[in-house]
Write a protein that binds this ligand. Structure first.
Ligand code: FAD
Length: 288
């Protein structure tokens, strides 16, 4: 099948892109890497009145900027750039590591961080990492720019709080905790993850952990934090009993789908298994 007809607009500035979104009153779509949007157009799962192609806006949306402890990554920064950027490797090593799990080289050459977060796939790696790292989404509309904490961004499966007339312009990350570990289980490489787990934190000289965050993908209609599990480990030394309790507490946020890839029961079974594994590895000094 071919896409339904649409207007094609290639703005020269972010202001023009926002104007174009406004003029189409929520019926237009932003085209970034096109890795999700173009297949959806082809299947006619979307019939936008116009595509607003932001690929000419590298100057405004393609930058990685550091200010004090914060790192701001423009919406149009491609996965391949995140993989190779020395700044990202130094300041956000979890992002640099996890991006390699996305698709293949071709997908990573085109796909963008902003596109991935806007797509809001409940199994997407980038949303999960942004959640684990406590990022903020910067969105611009005709009324100006707003900052949305990532914890308030995802609304459900492929749904978020962006207004249809808003452009996601960047993700802003605070200082990352010093330690992080990621794991994902899929039926095969490149398939949607059945479960993904990220744990981050910092261990002090006394062996106690701080700023603990545990994020889970694939076990709910959106990426979720496991606050009770993190609270169990905050300020504590992690022995096997503490880790086991936290792994069981993570089940509190599991409301997994039942689909062709796996049953809800099986996905629920995977939660404590993989949270335990990730925390045990992190406690043993195995990062990323
Ligand atoms: C073969 C293949 C394998 C893949 N594997 C994975 C995988 O393992 N993990 C994974 O997470 N993803 C995977 N993807 C999806 C890929 O990560 C997409 O690149 C990503 O979901 C969307 O990024 P994009 O830049 O291509 O956005 P697009 O496809 O251009 O856009 C996606 C959606 O976001 C909107 N959008 C894009 N940018 C903005 C913006 N700045 N502001 C507002 N709205 C915006 C678009 O309008 C559209 O609705 C795969 C895709 C393919 C084709």
């Amino acid at each position: 099948m071919k896409p339904a007809p649409f207007d094609y607009i290639r703005p020269a500035t972010v202001a023009q892109a926002v104007d174009a979104l406004d003029q189409h009153a929520g019926m237009a779509r932003v085209l970034a890497g096109g890795q999700s949007l173009v297949p959806m157009l082809g299947m006619r799962l979307m019939r936008p009145s116009a595509l607003i192609d932001i690929n000419g806006l590298e100057d405004e949306l393609g930058r990685i900027e550091c200010s004090g402890s914060e790192t701001t990554v423009g919406a149009l920064v491609r996965y391949a750039t995140l993989e190779r950027s020395p700044v990202i490797s130094e300041r956000l090593p979890l992002l640099a590591h996890v991006v390699r799990y996305i698709g293949d080289r071709q997908v990573r050459n085109r796909g963008t961080l902003g596109g991935a977060v806007a797509q809001s796939d409940p199994t997407g790696e980038m949303g999960l990492v942004c959640l684990a790292l406590g990022a903020s989404v910067l969105a611009r509309g005709s009324g100006g720019e707003r900052t949305i904490p990532i914890e308030q961004f995802f609304e459900g499966s492929y749904a978020n709080v962006l207004e249809p007339e808003e452009l996601l312009v960047a993700l802003r990350f605070p200082l990352a905790p010093s330690r992080c570990r990621f794991f994902e289980r899929g039926r095969k490489h490149n398939d949607f993850a059945l479960i993904s787990v990220v744990a981050v934190g910092s261990e002090d000289a006394d062996g106690r952990w701080h700023d603990v965050r545990i994020a889970l993908g694939g076990i709910n209609d959106r990426p979720v934090l496991a606050p009770a599990a993190a609270a169990r480990l905050e300020g504590a030394r992690w022995d096997a009993a503490a880790i086991e309790e936290a792994a069981q507490l993570a089940l509190e946020v599991a409301d997994p789908p039942d689909d062709v890839r796996a049953s809800a029961d099986y996905r629920r079974h995977l939660v404590p298994v993989h949270v335990r594994r990730v925390l045990t590895d992190l406690a043993a000094g195995e990062d990323r």
